[in-house]
Design a protein around this ligand. Structure first.
Ligand code: SAM
Length: 290
């Protein structure tokens, strides 16, 4: 039975192993069983599923995942947690713990090995200091993914859902919305964690699209354009693109491309929707090859 959702049990494990929290690893462990159950329900895990968990901590959510899924692989960077995980997960024979940095794991190969290349579910209470690189790696590595259900900083969850015109809209919003449908499942207060984080948190589910919602000929080019546009938020889109290397186009061709999209060359990148960035990338791609 999953017993770590009870704060007293978490405290007992921490004391037994004299565990010291490592701030540099973003260690804020969940101690609220309603939140844990909500995450598992949101992820819609069944006995057919292979689940990748990032950062199991002392194994709190891992216990719930083991009970719901066919198989679980949890990747934990902190080697001090490994003997604790061996203890808290000893009842379960469907879990593998890897003592590695998730950013160095070949996630695509792992999905192939564990799930025969079928789409996997990712579930995590993420370390907040590397939320964006983890999400980008999951999408860009070409790993077959069905959904990603994660606890993140509330502001980051908001950013993933933002549309043009908002201050928080940016490269992360566009990347997430290109690959997946974002849906905030719950807001989680600080007192559900030990130690308490200084920021509010939210559970967000990203359900991967089978096919991206926009047609773009050169995905890499579109993301380079997006990055260049938001690197210099206060500059015009034309200047952002020029300073971002110009993408093989002259200053005049860049301005022409923006005008072809239906905007004046003085527009800012934050005005453009995902669809417009895709169209702009297609225009620039066609001019490049002239
Ligand atoms: N899942 C646990 C829970 O909910 O109680 C712990 C979540 S805690 C917010 C984040 C976990 O990720 C910590 O256990 C931390 O050591 C681990 N972690 C941090 N950086 C990591 C990395 N680069 N690769 C794998 N795990 C990492």
């Amino acid at each position: 039975m999953a017993y770590l959702g009870e704060p007293a049990n978490t405290i007992a494990v921490l004391q037994k192993y004299n565990f010291n929290f490592q701030k540099k690893f973003g260690q804020n462990f969940l101690i609220d069983k309603h939140v844990l159950e909500k995450i598992i329900r949101s992820a819609e895990i069944t006995k057919d599923d292979f689940v990748l968990e990032i950062g199991p901590g002392i194994g709190t959510m891992t216990q719930y995942l083991c009970e719901a899924a066919r198989e679980v692989c949890s990747v934990e960077i902190d080697r001090n947690l490994i003997p604790i995980l061996e203890d808290t997960l000893k009842e379960y024979d469907n879990v593998e713990i890897k003592n590695e940095d998730i950013l160095k794991v070949d996630i695509k190969a792992l999905a192939e090995e564990k799930n025969g290349g079928k789409p996997i579910k990712v579930v995590a209470n993420l370390p907040y200091y590397i939320t964006t690189p983890i999400i980008m790696e999951l999408f860009e590595s070409g790993t077959p993914i069905e959904s990603i259900t994660i606890m993140v900083q509330k502001e980051v969850a908001d950013r993933m859902q933002e549309k043009p015109g908002s201050k928080e809209y940016g490269a992360l919003s566009l990347a997430v919305q290109y690959y997946a449908k974002p849906e905030i499942m719950a807001f989680v207060p600080e007192n559900c964690f030990m130690p308490r984080p200084k920021v509010g948190s939210a559970v967000i589910k990203l359900t991967r699209y089978e096919k991206p919602p926009v047609d773009v000929k050169n995905e890499k080019l579109m993301f380079s354009i997006i990055r260049a546009s938001f690197n210099q938020r206060r500059k015009t889109l034309a200047n952002g693109l020029k300073n971002g290397g110009g993408f093989g186009l002259t200053k005049e061709q860049i301005e022409e491309s923006i005008e072809e999209l239906g905007y004046p060359a003085t527009v800012r990148g934050e005005k453009l929707s995902l669809e417009e960035f895709a169209t702009l990338a297609n225009i620039i791609e066609s001019k490049k090859s002239i």
